[in-house]
Design a protein around this ligand. Sequence first.
Ligand SMILES: C[S@@+](CC[C@H](N)C(=O)[O-])C[C@H]1O[C@@H](n2cnc3c(N)ncnc32)[C@H](O)[C@@H]1O
Length: 275
Amino acid sequence: MAAVNYRHAFHAGNFGDCVKHAVLVWLLRALQRKVAPLYVLDTHAGVGRYDLNAGAAARTEEWQRGIGQLLDDPPPLLADYVGLVQSLGLYPGSPAIVRALLRPYDRLVCCELHPEDAASLRRHFAADTQVAVHHRDAWEALGALLPPKERRGLVLIDPPFEGPQEFAALADGLATGWQRFRTGVFATWYPFKQRAPVRQFLADMQQSGVRDIVIAELCLREPVDPVRLNGCGMLVVNPPYRFEQELPAILTALLGRLGDRDPGAATTVRRIVDE
Ligand SMILES: C[S@@+](CC[C@H](N)C(=O)[O-])C[C@H]1O[C@@H](n2cnc3c(N)ncnc32)[C@H](O)[C@@H]1O
């Protein structure tokens, strides 16, 4: 197994997490409009909970310009996500957010490659019969853990983007997962530092054969500085009903609090592949 250097604790609660987790909450609520059981696969789970006032998160304080801007009097469209954060105590990573929203007949499977993070997440969910934690490679899991017996599911793919090959791995992983589970909803987060890698990733997805893809992007400024996280996006395959109608206002609400009125700031919700 490859070693993982990335530690999400340095970035927990930053604006990228806020975009990702606000969209995640919207997707879960939308999928739970139907009563049928739901399967959630979180391929890059992390440790699930982060203390923003200690350790790595306190050192970078990235969260101050992220969730720190949303906690007081959150805009109504973000109240669901922010209310969850407030009710869960430590800043919740994706497994904690999903777990909080599972109905008694839904289940969550988490994969995490970092041995300590996987062990910590497994300890946290040890007594929970609705959650399974695997110390496992995400790209391999997308082939092995799909399709679920429920036939209804959300797959969250949230790689660390440690190396330049990660966009290509993501496009391959999405295509692999979709081949095995064509009705599944796939949501993946990606960073926006410069335009070229994102443009190439979206072009690869348009060539991949995967159908029904919409992207939701938020840029804090023009994405021209390769060493800054200038923005981020969520690419969603098989988006639930009303995603394209409702996400623009959610992104605008996020930008209203997380942006600093930079003239290059922008939000986009755009279909890149038809159904
Ligand atoms: C961006 S963080 C995940 C954050 C989490 N999804 C959340 O929203 O709270 C990426 C995680 O993926 C893990 N990771 C890196 N490469 C992996 C791989 N090939 N398979 C599974 N996990 C991996 C890292 O250890 C890290 O915890």
